[in-house]
Structure formats: C-alpha cells, structure tokens
Design a binder for this molecule. Structure first.
Ligand code: ATP
Ligand code: MG
Length: 439
C-alpha cells in the first residue's frame, strides 16, 4: 500500500468543481502575478529610466533599439522562470470562492438526517439534478466543525465509481449555511429494502457487495475510515450501482492520534464492531469491515442483523449469534477497557449457519470472516474481493440487468424509520480547527 497524498488528491479534484464565471480582470491579474514572480527585479523600468547606460554593456545594446515587447522576451530568456524558492503561482492549488446556493433551484427535501438536511435540487446553469446536504452548523459555538471539513475532504479524496460524487460546496447568506453538492442518487438501500416486495437475489447481493467492497478498499487504501457504514448510507441508482455516502464520521487513520485515542462515538449501534463496544481507543479499517458484514447479512435477511436497543444488548446479541469470544478467536479480548465489566455467556458454537440456511459454504465463510471477533483476523476489503463466494454460481449479476424502482427521494418527503438508531452524537467530537488533529 503506497502512502496516499491526500492534499494532492484534493487539489487534483479541482476539475469536478463547476467552472465559475470569470470576470475580465482575472486572467489578466493571474498573468500579472506570474510576471512579477518570474522577474525578481523590475529591469525594464529601471533600464528605460537610465539614460547613461554604458555602450559596452551587452544588455543595453539589446535593449535600446527594440520595441518594449521584444525586450521583455530577451530579458525573460536570460532569467529563471521563477524563484527557485517559491513555486510559480500556477503550481498553487486552485483556490476559488464557493458559489452561492442560489445557483440551484430547490425541488424537494429528501431527508432530514441527524446532522444535516438533504434536498434534491436543479443546477440552474446546467439543468443537472443534484443532492444538496446542508451541514448543521447552527448550534456550533467553536467555529467551523472539523467533522464537516472531514466530510468534504474524505469525499474528495475518495472519488470512486462506488462513492457518491461531490460536485462542490456552496454557501448561503449566513455563515451557518454551507451545503455539500453531490450527484443525486435515486435510492438508499435502507428505504429500498423496506419497500421492495422480495429480497435481492443472491446474484444481486454479490454485485452490491462487490461494489461496496471496492469502494471500501479504495477508501482504506487512501487512509480513510468511513466509520458509519450502514444501509441508509448506501445509495443505489437505477442502474444497479451502489454509491457509499455520508462521510460525516470519516477520518484519516494512520496519523498520530490525540490524547485519549480515537473516539468511540462512531458507527451507528447496529453496525458497530465489538472492539468499539468494548472501549477500544485504537481501531482501524476492521471496524468498517464489521459494518460491511452486518450489511451483507441485512441484504440476505432483508432486515438489520442486530437490532439492539443499547450497547449491552448489542454485545449479548453478538455473543449469542457468534458464540462468546475465546482466547483462540480473540486473544486480546481481556485487554480491552470494558472486557472485565462483561459477563460472557457459556461457550457455544456460532449460529451463523442456522441464521443463514440458504447461502453456500463460501457465503458463510465470507460472512464469518467479516464478523471475526479479532480485528487482526477480520478479512480486509481487498481480500474479501478475492473470496471464492464471488466466483461460484450464481455469479454476480451485471448491474445493467438490475430492475429499476420508483424513487422515493425524487418524490415527496421520505418516510422516517423511527426504530432505526442514528449515528452517534458527534458534538463531543467537534474540535477547533486550531487543534492538530486536522482532517
Ligand atoms: N447524493 C444523494 N442523493 C440522494 N439521496 C441522498 C444523497 N445523499 C444523501 N441522501 C439521502 O439523505 C439521507 C441522509 O443523508 P446523510 O446520511 O448524508 O445525512 P446525515 O445527516 O449524516 O444522516 P444520518 O446521520 O442519519 O446518517 C440518506 O440516507 C439518503 O437517503
Ligand atoms: Mg447518513
């Protein structure tokens, strides 16, 4: 795995930002800036003033008889293009001000999530239909929240065919009106699973899971943890394509972490890995893979795998399904901060086969490797993509062959699922920009 250059990726993402109308002075000013940087001294001005230039100076001979424009060319050829210490302006990131939200016509609200409102809208210039997510900044007392910056940064770093495309960030009239503009995607998997009359076919589940895994592998390769993978954060278009969305809890991993480690206020309860439930403050890509395992199970069952009301109930549901952890299945279990507060049930074998009677041996193997207790042992997204489950019959269905469904998001306001838990409260995770723990 090579070290990612997130800043480079961010700036390379420039072209996806719709071009802004340029006033006439802008290109002229840019040239002017470059010219100034390329010429450490302003030789022309001084030369034109100095009447007593020596004839023996070869430069003065070149200068005197020629028109001003030609002189510039001669002088520039002799001098370096720019300071060797300061890169030319063209190498700097293309920093442009955000457009106004009024560049979009609001069509309907799709959903009010825990931290933002999502609208469907039309770009007035191009006619494109997009989704606008309004970041909830109204209650923010400490400046622009780092979580919002992380969300934008992660979406830009993780540009992939199975990650929702970010187009730009637009602003309203006040400082609390900031919107992420994304491609509009017709469905989210949670709503779709609730309204579909029958569950997805095995061949369809394989296609969806492969797409999810390739998006997750891509993010992990770029050092981004999603930390809130769940069916309501997986969008699906009418061409059978999954798009991972809602990077509101995402962050870079591998960076030094602050005192106290990584927050445990991540991942919606039903999809939360046991190491986080047991208080681990260092965790990694395996937490996303646990969530992928829960999503795989949900696609098979057409309902969430663990529907617990609290963390203790969640742990006991996990222990019941998989059998309690042992020193073989999770050697470091006893080292976890909350391990000694939990009474483990009597040892019993995994109940996965009973819970999923219709999938193949390879399917059971894949789900059990995603739901492995020991994070070190849990399958990675890259490995999972190579699993025999995807190479046996029924083969993954081509996305073009998926049926299309009427889009609830394109119509009236979406029905909420009051029984589903939300992403953890992130207020505690908000930090000032001045802190070193930047995205
Ligand atoms: N690009 C999009 N196209 C269509 N619908 C979208 C898009 N992005 C988000 N949505 C819809 O809006 C919902 C909420 O979006 P999102 O998950 O990004 O917000 P949130 O406030 O972080 O939500 P939560 O905290 O409840 O997960 C999604 O579940 C999905 O139904
Ligand atoms: Mg969400």
């Amino acid at each position: 795995m090579s070290l990612p250059s997130s800043s480079q990726a961010v700036f390379e993402a420039g072209p996806s930002t719709p071009s802004r109308k340029r006033s006439r002075w802008e290109p002229h000013e840019a040239l002017h800036d470059d010219a100034e940087m390329n010429e450490p001294q302003p030789p022309l001005k001084r030369r034109s003033k100095s009447k007593g230039t020596s004839l023996s100076d070869p430069r003065s001979q070149a200068v005197t008889p020629e028109p001003r424009s030609q002189i510039r060319v001669v002088v520039e050829r002799q001098r370096p293009r720019h300071s060797i210490y300061v890169p030319p302006r063209t190498h700097h990131p293309p920093l442009t001000p955000s457009r106004s939200v009024y560049s979009y016509e609001r069509l309907n609200s799709i959903e009010e999530g825990s931290y933002g409102v999502v609208f469907r809208a039309r770009d007035k210039e191009t006619g494109d239909i997009v989704a606008l997510k309004k970041l909830k900044l109204d209650d923010e007392k400490h400046g622009f929240p780092i979580t919002a910056l992380r969300e934008v940064n992660a979406l830009m770093v993780c540009q992939h065919e199975n990650v929702v495309g970010i187009r730009e960030v637009v602003v309203g009239e006040t400082l609390t009106q900031v919107f992420i503009v994304m491609d509009f995607i017709e469905h989210d998997l949670k709503t779709l699973l609730t309204v579909m009359p029958a569950p997805f076919l095995q061949s369809e589940i394989k296609t969806l899971l492969k797409q999810l895994l390739s998006a997750v592998a891509f993010c992990h390769e770029r050092w981004i943890l999603h930390r809130d993978l769940k069916t309501s954060n997986l969008l699906m278009n009418n061409r059978g394509q999954i798009k991972v969305a809602d990077f509101g809890l995402a962050r870079r991993y591998g960076d030094p972490v602050g005192v106290g480690g990584l927050t445990q206020l991540v991942v919606t309860l039903w999809y939360r890995a046991p190491e986080i439930l047991l208080g681990a403050t260092t965790y990694s890509t395996a937490v996303d893979m646990w969530s992928v395992g829960c999503i795989f199970a949900e696609l098979l069952l057409k309902e969430p795998l663990f529907q617990a009301k609290g963390e203790i109930e969640m742990l006991s549901m996990i222990f019941k399904l998989l059998g309690p952890p042992t020193t073989t299945t999770w050697p470091d279990y006893s080292l976890l901060p909350l391990a000694n507060t939990i009474n483990l049930p009597a040892p019993h074998p995994s109940q996965l086969r009973q819970r999923f009677p219709h999938i193949s041996v390879a399917g059971i193997d894949l789900i059990s490797r995603m739901l492995a207790y020991d994070p070190e042992d849990r399958i990675s997204a890259e490995e999972a993509l190579q699993h025999p489950y995807f190479r046996e019959s029924p083969f993954p269905k081509h996305p073009d062959l998926f049926g299309s469904f009427p889009s609830v998001a394109a119509g009236e306001k979406r029905r909420k699922h009051p029984d589903s838990p939300h992403a953890p409260v992130r207020a505690a995770d908000y930090k000032l920009l001045t802190e070193f723990d930047a995205p």
